[in-house]
Design a protein around this ligand. Structure first.
Ligand SMILES: C[S@@+](CC[C@H](N)C(=O)[O-])C[C@H]1O[C@@H](n2cnc3c(N)ncnc32)[C@H](O)[C@@H]1O
Length: 446
């Protein structure tokens, strides 16, 4: 495979390309690397390759022309015989993330051309006109594209036939099956008081394979839980994951609170909305599924609270609960309360700490008080609430009707970023929102 790297610092590659497997692979003809310096294609008197940015601001921008001429030398009529540019890539922090799957895809190519940026980056028109594919390595900004290009070259090169000693050694690695790799051990049996796991010392291939799969799953859950969303998992993987403690008491510190007052009606006036059986069942079931501390249904109306309590009693202690014990487990998490203050007091009594109040909102602006100018709501990301959950209880307040009244939003410690649907239709049922938000706060993607 041929890599052509456009770089203002060809010397950067001297060490990495001339040692260990990279050197051997180049000697064996498995890969070739050509370095092209855009400065050699500058037509300015002082070989300039950059200029000041339009719109002002610090730093310089790499000019299009020298890069275009350098690219033409790789693919144009004057290019060296046998030199093919292949897919043309620009290294950029804003690019498609370099993953094992992308490395595997690129390893199928005969040639790749990599353009390394420097300074503030490259004139965007060059990237568009040349059809360069932006690829980034990690969510951190480097001085230039050279280190990123090296990452890409190594990740791709080691997948080429003959690069690695044993053809199969890339198969079990991190990300290959959508999971992180299991830990490795070598002699001695005991190091720093730690023993090599018993199973790995035994001879059963099946037991070792199972141990490794489970270690992979556990490590992925601990370090990169979001990968589990896409990883191909079978039933035994899911059973194993279900049995693992997942994040210790985080869920139990989260309480849902469904307010039926004060909420807004269609006309934007403060109103009281009726309880629904559906909300009670489904929010309790969400709470049980994510192992939450409980769910409070708040209404100031005595008869509505009595109705709610009758429903809860029927499905826990009554005939409903006897007929459907699974439902009873969920509904046991439900409580009726007369006000948000009473809900806060109940959580404080249960946990010994006053909860943070986190409001939810489907709208993106609100009027805090009559006659005052409309203000945009400042939303907080789930990460902030997750941080609170590690130390203190959180009462996640959801509204019925047309959403929580401004006084509830103003009182909250944070308003969670709304669930962003794709249509202008903004009527997600509150129990669906509760499930999505519980998953954002506690699920694998968080
Ligand atoms: C200092 S960076 C410019 C960063 C740019 N202003 C931004 O914020 O996206 C200079 C060059 O380094 C390369 N670079 C920096 N970080 C990178 C990363 N994480 N992945 C790929 N390339 C990167 C790019 O080629 C970039 O044009």
């Amino acid at each position: 495979m041929r890599f052509t790297i456009l770089t203002l610092f060809p010397e950067f590659f001297q060490g990495p390309l001339t040692c260990a497997q990279m050197a051997r692979a180049r000697e064996a003809g498995i890969l070739e690397v050509d370095l092209v310096n855009p400065r050699d294609f500058s037509t300015s008197r002082h070989s300039h390759v950059d200029d000041r940015p339009y719109g002002g601001g610090p730093g310089m921008v790499m000019s299009a022309d020298p890069l275009a001429r350098a690219l033409a030398s790789v693919e144009g009529p004057d290019c060296k015989p046998g030199r093919k540019p292949g897919r043309k890539i620009v290294l950029a922090p804003s690019g498609r993330p370099l993953t094992q799957a992308l490395a595997r895809e690129l390893a199928q190519e005969e040639a790749l051309t990599l353009v390394c940026g420097r300074y503030e980056g490259i004139d965007e028109r060059l990237i568009e006109a040349e059809g360069l594919e932006p690829i980034g390595v990690g969510e951190a900004v480097l001085n230039g594209g050279e280190a990123a290009a090296l990452c890409l070259v190594e990740a791709v090169a080691r997948l080429l036939p003959g690069f690695m000693g044993k053809e199969e050694s890339g198969e079990d690695e991190s990300f290959s099956a959508g999971l992180l790799e299991y830990p490795h051990y070598t002699r001695p049996d005991v190091y720093a008081g730690r023993e090599v796991p018993e199973t790995l010392r035994g001879g059963s291939h099946a037991a070792i394979a199972r141990w490794r799969r489970q270690a992979s799953l556990r490590r992925t859950l601990e370090r990169r839980p979001e990968l589990l969303r896409e990883a191909p998992l079978d039933g035994s993987d899911l059973n194993f994951l279900r049995g693992l403690p997942r994040p210790p008491a985080l869920g139990r510190s989260l309480f849902l609170c469904l307010l039926h007052h004060p909420v807004l009606d269609k006309a934007g006036k403060t109103a009281t909305v009726s309880l629904t059986n559906l909300d009670i069942h489904d929010m309790c079931r969400v709470s049980r599924t994510y192992e939450l501390g409980g769910v409070l249904f708040v209404t100031p109306l005595d008869d509505q609270r009595e109705l709610g309590q009758r429903l809860l009693d029927h499905w826990t202690e009554g005939a409903g609960g006897r007929a459907n014990p699974d439902r009873a487990q969920a509904l046991r998490l439900g409580r009726m309360a007369a006000s948000l203050d009473e809900a806060v007091g109940w959580v404080t009594g249960e946990t010994g700490l006053a909860p943070r109040i986190v409001a939810t909102c489907a709208r993106t602006g609100y009027r805090p008080a009559r006659g005052r100018k409309e203000r945009m709501i400042a939303f907080s990301p789930p990460g902030l609430v997750r941080g609170w959950l590690e130390r203190e209880p959180v009462l996640l307040v959801l509204g019925t009707g047309h959403g929580l009244a401004p006084e509830v939003l103003s009182r909250a410690d944070a308003v969670l970023t709304p669930v962003r649907g794709f249509a202008a239709y903004n009527h997600l049922p509150v129990r669906a929102a509760a499930a999505i938000l519980a998953d954002r706060l506690l699920g694998d993607a968080g």
